[in-house]
Design a protein around this ligand. Structure first.
Ligand SMILES: [Zn+2]
Length: 246
């Protein structure tokens, strides 16, 4: 997608634009956490684009059976489809963060529509949970300084991470996803998996299988798991009283 157009200059410009606006690591638009400062064997597992059934529930079953807690950045439209799944995740100690309302690419083209999409997603979660999620992961990690500033002015922290496998959305074999994900594990790492497919449904069975391999290996190697707010030492939610004051 990035390198589809011809011309070395265009490729270089596209690469630079990607680095500034979408790379997991670039800090050029402002602070964008992709890892914690942890020195112990602690890692945060994160899941984007859900809930997407039955896969989100399968992930919840797996995590529950291993006593592992994780962070789910959820899409408003998907939460409306499966609110009971989001509530189950909360009950089982997972953290819910925002990931926009529609996850539509065209909303990224104008800040006003992008902002509306973000706010609508946060509102859906706030209504369901009775508190405001304080963490937000931008769809495709696309961000710019106005977005980061606006989020922070509302007490919402933008969160990046490391893709467990860059082609995970195309569902390569579980062993391949797991091998790449395990290679990225460091103390304080924030790993990005996908339990959904933008705001649509889609098969994520291989992600579930890969996750089993990853979690069991990390547990046997003595790793523990934190939610992103714990890893970064920041609030996971704001009470409604606080957000009204804001
Ligand atoms: Zn996403």
């Amino acid at each position: 997608m990035i390198f589809g157009a011809g011309g070395a200059g265009l490729v270089a410009a596209s690469g630079l634009a990607y680095w500034i606006f979408m790379s997991p690591y670039s800090q050029l638009s402002g602070d964008f956490h992709y890892k914690g400062t942890e020195s112990e064997r602690v890692v945060a597992l994160t899941f984007d684009d859900g809930p997407n059934e039955p896969f989100t529930s399968q992930i919840a079953d797996l995590l529950h059976s291993r006593g592992v807690r994780a962070t789910f950045f959820q899409v408003g439209l998907c939460v409306e489809r499966n609110p009971e799944v989001t509530l189950r995740l909360i009950r089982e100690g997972h953290l819910i963060g925002g990931h926009s309302y529609t996850h539509r690419f065209r909303h990224l083209l104008r800040w006003s529509t992008q902002r509306e999409d973000i706010e609508q997603g946060q509102q859906r979660l706030t209504t369901l949970l009775g508190r405001q999620p304080a963490l937000f992961r931008p769809p495709w990690l696309f961000r710019h300084s106005s977005m980061l500033r606006t989020l922070r002015s509302q007490g919402i922290e933008p969160i990046s991470g490391e893709f467990a496998h860059i082609l995970e959305v195309f569902q390569p074999r579980p062993e391949r996803i797991a091998r790449r994900a395990l290679a990225k594990v460091r103390p304080g790492a924030i790993l990005i998996f996908h339990d959904g497919f933008n705001s649509r449904t889609g098969p994520r069975g291989r992600t579930v299988e890969a996750l089993k391999l990853v979690v069991d290996r990390l547990l046997s190697d003595g790793w523990s798991f934190a939610t992103v707010d714990e890893l970064l030492g920041i609030p996971g939610y704001h009470s409604l009283e606080k957000s009204e004051l804001d």
